[in-house]
Design a protein around this ligand. Sequence first.
Ligand code: BES
Ligand code: MN
Ligand code: ZN
Length: 497
Amino acid sequence: MQFTTTDAAPTAVDTDCLIAGLSEDGLSGHLAEIDRASDGLLSRLHESGDLPAKAGQTVMLHAVPGIQADRLLIVGLGKTEKFDGVAFDKAVKAAGKALRQSRAKSAHCLLADADVADRGNDWKLRQAGIALVYADYIYSATKQPKDDAPPATETVSFPGGDGAAQQLSLASAIAAGVRRARDLADLPPNICTPAYLAETAEKMAAEHAKLEVEILEEDTMRSLGMNALMAVAEGSANRPRLIRLSWKGGASGDAPLAMVGKGVTFDTGGISIKPRDLMEQMKFDMGGAAATIGAIEAVARLGLPMNVEGVVAAVENMPDGKAYRPGDVITAMNGKTIEVHNTDAEGRMILADALSWTGQKLKPQTTVDMATLTGACVVALGHHASAVMTQDDELAEELLTAGQRSADRTWRLPLWDDYQEQIESPFADMKNIGGMPAGSITAGCFLSRFAEGQRWAHIDCAGSAWQWGKPESGTGRPVGMLVDWLVHRAGGWDALD
Ligand code: BES
Ligand code: MN
Ligand code: ZN
């Protein structure tokens, strides 16, 4: 999807589809103009209740008199006082979905002209661009679209000049990162293996001069003492990889920001095998890895002036004669011993070593790990927010604010020492599960023991990384939040050119 800008009046734009928003307050702004141009057609439709006003509803009108556009797509914005960043994002996605279902190949989008609480023009343009690309996504890697399927939207124009064009080019960069993460999450586990994730990283590095890649194979990981990661990998014929993508956008000595992603390309649970229902969904257990890779993609396209590292621990968790078992005691890379109580708590095992390695080798100023780590996180927060856990209040604030700003929300769970005793073991320094109470937090407590000395936060995206139904798909979350956070650490949107 290409973005362009034009200063033509909405009624004069020659396009397949004009997109405008209607709040519950009635026809105003552009819609009032179009109403006049069409001799009151919109007022009549509004009075007869044929225009949408409820948030997210859409109506497609054809052959509206007085405008150059072939179609007019009206999307309901809901109540003005409730129209915040998240509502805006939802409205644009609803419009984008209707646009994709139509046969329009071009569109002119007026939605960024709506008033959104606490949001400026630049933000609205960026978010509209990101949301339109999001809504245009149709999975096609292993399923060909039908011949009569509606075509993708090729170009979308917005009112504005160079400033708007600049924001839309930022939007394209971020949207490409989100798209990358969705593609990876959607791919089936027989295609998206640890080796496939490594190849993806290699291809990305080949496309950007300042992006470097390093892949660790099992011999190296074993010699580094990554026994916790290797224990999970042992049961699978798809051998593990530790993938490092380094974006060298800053000065050579500057400590990087590091992201670490859980890349379990399929999670059967291992010997503690999962029930059969919905097991196929566990292909998205590399959602944290996908977000890490997607965020790096966006960072490279934005040309962020700072050093950023993306580390992915890629393994498959299978039951097998060689698989690790409940009762095993494993010595992790940092020397700590772990008693395995449940082989389905595998994400924290691989992240343990990935976090130790990241701290030792990359010496980051801040480390954030992303993982579809616990079902308990889905129970706690559902699908609307990713959970943030950290002992660093300032870092928590940074990630909560980034989530708020990017409409890719995060919510904090406590990581108090009080929870640590749930993972004590008589046979090792810790066990890998903490029982039923606070399952997401005890997983965070486990990880904290491998991030000692680092400025670190853990993000559980088990609920946010997957869209359940209509259609089922990866969401690319929390790429939007991560990119916003990274951009602010690099000096903010205005510092990008
Ligand atoms: N990948 C799962 C967590 C998950 C579940 C993500 C559902 C998304 C949707 C993780 O590896 C897992 O199996 N966690 C266990 C932990 C338990 C054994 C302590 C869980 O949540 O049941
Ligand atoms: Mn598991
Ligand atoms: Zn898992």
